[in-house]
Design a protein around this ligand. Structure first.
Ligand code: ZN
Length: 391
């Protein structure tokens, strides 16, 4: 087992850990540890809500979740020698649950508190608890399914530069200003309430808390990309924007479907990540890099049979034709899959949760055939203990 650089005590909030992590992005959040290129080390992570969700049958904790607390991250880790313009090479050597905490949760957020991809159809909070047995999982809340996880960090990335942070804050506040009263909001702007900023204190804490970016969206540094294929064995190339790169991570998912559609949509858990890091000097310019690139690992669940649902860019409520809108088309594909699964004994909520967290494949299948984008969602039929094909 590699040396544990960041340990978590699951009985304490992130702000009371021995090393305090963070839940905002800012270049001035101090690093908690440093490593050299070539080092192998272990990072432990709390679940993204900092322990707000309980292993029980009551979804009120999902309904009442305090989203100013998310995402609690472990780090930043300072990589000696990394300079702005370099590439930080991060190998995910292993990832898994913490001993004694082998369970996870998938939630549908209430429309007034977080929402999700299908929030107009599923505005009420719901929760599924998953028991983890090695690589497999099953849930007392969604019967007749069992599958192997594709475990990955939902969120991993380096700190932004001050300039990049300013750009994020400017463009996201411009978007929110187009419809400031929308529920859920168009973007999560800086919010000092419940900010956790490592060892920062006093006036410095106040300054950083006021402008630090929320961790919700993926951005140029990676961050909350929620890509299920950043799994064991993958190699990620991150653009470096600050000295030392300041790598942080969290939001570990035991499993997730493409799109993580219900927002709290993966099987969320605490866990550990074993990493190896290296540096490519001057790599950003050499490879024209703006966002991270990655090479998936060799270890993923091997499902070979799928039932695939199509969706096109036509609104389900109004029948309005959208032009090449992949967001609308993917929503229609998901809704088609949910309606279908309801014929096999699942509730709409169970089907929505399942599409969020099972290893389903989402695709933009066609994006040139005017006026309809065509998106598809492919469900592995082997995850069900019954035949779900039409007959
Ligand atoms: Zn997550």
């Amino acid at each position: 087992m590699p040396q544990v650089l960041f340990k978590v005590d699951l009985t304490k909030p992130m702000s009371e850990q021995e090393l305090v992590g963070h839940n905002r992005w800012h270049p001035d959040i101090p690093a908690v540890a440093s490593v050299n290129p070539g080092d192998v080390f272990r990072i432990e992570c709390k679940d993204w809500t900092d322990g707000q969700i309980k292993n029980d049958d009551n979804p009120n904790d999902i309904r009442d979740v305090d989203l100013t607390v998310v995402h609690v991250l472990s780090g930043p880790i300072y990589v000696n020698g990394a300079q702005p313009g370099d590439i930080l090479v991060v190998d995910i050597l292993d990832i898994g649950a913490l001993q004694g905490d082998e369970w996870g949760f998938t939630g549908i957020f209430a429309k007034e508190n977080g929402g999700g991809f299908l929030t107009e159809h599923f505005p009420t909070a719901a929760k599924a608890i998953w028991d983890l047995q090695g690589i497999y999982t099953s849930s007392r809340h969604i019967p007749n399914v069992r599958f192997a996880g594709i475990t990955h960090p939902g969120l991993i990335g380096c700190a932004p530069s001050q300039e990049l942070l300013n750009t994020w804050n400017r463009r996201e506040s411009e978007l929110v200003a187009t419809n400031p009263d929308r529920v859920p909001p168009l973007a999560a702007l800086p919010n000092p309430q419940n900010a956790v900023l490592g060892s920062l204190k006093g006036a410095e804490f106040e300054r950083v808390a006021a402008e630090a970016a929320r961790t919700v969206p993926p951005r140029e540094h990676g961050g909350n990309c929620d890509i299920k294929n950043l799994s064991r064995g993958s190699r990620i190339y991150f653009p470096v924007y600050v000295e030392g790169a300041k790598l942080s991570m969290g939001d570990i998912h035991f499993s997730q479907g493409d799109g993580e559609i219900s927002f709290c949509g993966a099987i969320e858990m605490s866990g550990y990540i074993d990493l190896h890091v290296d540096i490519i000097k001057g790599g950003m310019e050499k490879y024209g890099m703006v966002n991270p690139i990655f090479k998936p690992g060799p270890v993923e669940p091997r499902y070979s049979e799928y039932l695939v649902f199509e969706g096109i860019s036509v609104d389900e409520f109004t029948g309005q034709q959208y032009y090449m809108d992949a967001h609308v088309a993917y929503r229609r594909a998901c809704l088609n899959a949910i309606e279908y699964l309801k014929k096999f004994g699942f509730t709409g909520e169970q089907a929505y949760l399942l599409l969020s967290c099972a290893p389903v494949e989402g695709r933009i299948s066609g994006i040139v055939d005017i006026p309809n984008a065509c998106c598809t969602i492919a469900i592995p039929t082997e995850i069900f203990n019954m035949d779900i094909l039409p007959s």
